[in-house]
Design a protein around this ligand. Sequence first.
Ligand code: IMP
Length: 444
Amino acid sequence: MANVIIIGAQWGDEGKGKITDLLSKSADVVVRSQGGVNAGHTVVVQGQTFKLHLIPSGILYPNTECIIGSGTVIDPRELLKEIDQLHKLNVSTKNLYISQTAHVTMPYHRILDQAAEERRGKYRIGTTGRGIGPTYSDKAERIGIRMLDLIYCDRYPEKIEWTINYKNAVLEKLYGLPPLNAKEIIEEYRGYAERLRPYVVDSSLKIAQAVKQKKNILFEGAQGTLLDLDHGTYPYVTSSNPIAGGACVGAGVGPTIIDRIIGVAKAYTTRVGEGPFPTELHDEIGEYLAEKGAEYGTTTGRRRRCGWFDGVIGRYAARINGLDCLAITKLDVLDELPEIKVCVAYEVDGEICREFPIHALKFANCKPVYETLPGWQQPTSHCRTLEELPKQAQDYLKFLAELMEVPIAIVSVGAAREQTIIVEDPIHGPKRALLDSKGKPVKS
Ligand code: IMP
């Protein structure tokens, strides 16, 4: 039995969908703990492409239960689109469960997200415009609409009506935008409630029952460590906690039930939206990574900013999440490069800095200190074992693992399920060594 968290170790889009899909095979339950339709997973199974935003990719296995947990925010219109897409492709959603306490993204959230971005001007965050921030703001302000409110909206329409009227005042007075029609929205959302009602459960109880029955549970993170509201590159972050601790909060489980935490990182780095990115490449190599890596967002279609692997961020992600092992994705994207750089430290204000500086202004001034490794300049997508990889690719992976002080368990060399190298058993293989005060592994 093992309960595993999968976490993005960079700025999101690390390829978590593929790794979750891979591990879902041996999971009985997959839980999505945070985020909303800002996330996007692309999973390719037998040549068929699935684009998922809210539903865990575990849904593609007929016996895996998938839970959208309390810490998520749910846009019912988008969720129903996703359900319909799955049905069209003959994928059943009988094993889908939605938390009754997840918050609902309403039409005004999306409008306010976009209006606030425009108003921020040069301070814009580059959000996905999907209403994520405003939905979480309302949750914190305690005026949010939860799934419970939605499915009982026949009984309690006043609460939704009051909230819409309140938001109308903001729309009109702050942004000069037209008000929304409360009656029409309630009617529209009543329809969504009818369709979603069968899926709505007490999710933390359902997870607790699975724990009791010793089922294998996979907690699937959305976004990535550096987008964490508390520990990321604030303010250029999302409004939830994509780190391992956030998975426990969002699912409603105690950290003691977690057996293993897997970090997913690309063999290089990407970022969407605004905010500092020390290893970003504005040259032809950046272009090459974007094109070869098909670095266009699943959710917004925006081109991702691309750069070299950042080991400072990698080490930070290992620390903040307590990573046990790593899955390195998209190694094949580097196949043609004659040399590959890795950022091992930053230079800032004339000093060398090996730890991630949480202060936004300091981080914005960091210049990467690189080590250059030789490329392998041959294809790797057909490789299925570490030994089959060119020697330089093996050395590159070893370098990353040593830099992050975390063992690599999985390497992905293509989008398809089978284009994967299992280096160590990711669930039962070696864990990250405990380090002593001098940073040396503690011998057990
Ligand atoms: P929001 O989550 O839409 O509020 O966007 C806040 C920031 O997080 C923006 O920079 C987005 O581009 C980024 N972001 C949100 N979701 C994802 C994701 O799934 N992958 C990568 N970046 C994301």
